[in-house]
Design a protein around this ligand. Structure first.
Ligand code: HEM
Length: 278
């Protein structure tokens, strides 16, 4: 399957805020018949990894559920579940609730069934600055802007951003990078196109007008690197983004350990130009 998004084509290989408004009809991307069938077993097996809520968040959770029900319709039989968890069972996306607490935007509840190397337990209650502390250079570049975006978000406006990385796994549920990275040395160059995957996060942000909170959604898309063969322009853009990625971006995403495999993949497809020619 090819990816519905190719963020490397626009943002290249650098961190970016990259938010753009989208119509309400485009808010949540579907395509998964029964998200609850995937999420319920994860909740049973790893509750602390995939779910977290803080005291006082239920009212905003209920507002988030109302927004989801407006799109997906109401569902019986979920009485007793925390409202954000009920909402998350209806959608493919992971749902993160942000609320102002003593003047600081904090993650007050989340359902996180497709984590990209973090857990609900570790993230819940954190401020935007704390959440982004592992991202090299984030705070001085983006910290203030991000706070202003959350505080100034207009009701009815829906914003979307995408990011991308390369990872040697096709799993959606990846709370920990260590077991995945431990496999890299065993990948043979010939299988790089199948084993390495493009992992794209498509995120949206919207205000919860009644409670003043903000709902952040995360949808993961992934496809083997070799799907780039279907689209020469995407392949060329990927080669440019990979080779032109900033040191901070490469370092944060651990690209050095994939360099030989990705370069071999690109050269086998005639993508042999150097960064200087891009
Ligand atoms: C719309 C507002 C936001 C923007 C512009 C933003 C931006 C970013 C950027 C640039 C990165 C680095 C990876 C990348 O995307 O290229 C990142 C990583 C991350 N963001 Fe955000 N972010 C936003 C909202 C949030 C929210 C609400 C959460 C709450 C769950 C969050 C949690 C994270 C986490 C956990 C990481 C990975 C940090 C790690 O490696 O541990 N972000 N974000």
């Amino acid at each position: 399957m090819s990816l519905p998004h190719s963020p490397w084509s626009e943002a290249g290989g650098d961190f970016a805020i990259g938010l753009r408004p989208i119509p309400e009809a485009a808010w949540l991307e579907g395509g998964e018949a029964d998200p609850a069938a995937r999420k319920d077993p994860l909740m049973a097996a790893h509750p602390a990894i995939v779910w977290g809520e803080t005291p006082g968040s239920r009212e905003a959770q209920a507002e988030a559920l109302t927004l989801v029900e407006a799109v997906r319709g109401a569902q019986a039989g979920e009485a007793g579940l925390p409202p954000l968890l009920a909402a998350a069972r209806r959608v493919s996306d992971d749902l993160c609730l942000m609320e102002l607490r003593d003047g600081v935007w904090r993650l007050t509840a989340l359902s996180l069934c497709a984590p990209s190397f973090f857990t609900a337990q570790a993230a819940q209650g954190k401020s935007l600055a704390e959440l982004h502390a592992p991202v090299d250079g984030f705070e001085p570049r983006f910290g203030g802007r991000l706070e202003r975006i959350f505080s100034g978000l207009r009701a009815g406006l829906i914003l979307e951003r995408r990011n991308w990385t390369v990872v040697n796994s096709d799993a959606l549920f990846t709370p920990d990078s260590a077991p995945i990275r431990a496999q890299i040395s065993q990948i043979s160059p010939i299988e790089a196109g199948q084993v390495l995957h493009l992992r794209v996060e498509r995120q949206t942000l919207r205000r919860l007008p009644a409670t003043g909170g903000a709902l952040f959604t995360i949808r993961i898309w992934r496809a083997p690197l070799e799907t780039l063969d279907q689209d020469p322009e995407r392949l060329a853009a990927f080669a440019r983004a990979w080779r032109g990625a900033t040191a901070e971006f490469r370092n944060y995403k651990g690209f050095a350990s994939y360099d030989m495999l990705v370069e071999g993949f690109l050269r086998a497809r005639g993508e042999s130009y150097s960064v200087n020619e891009v």
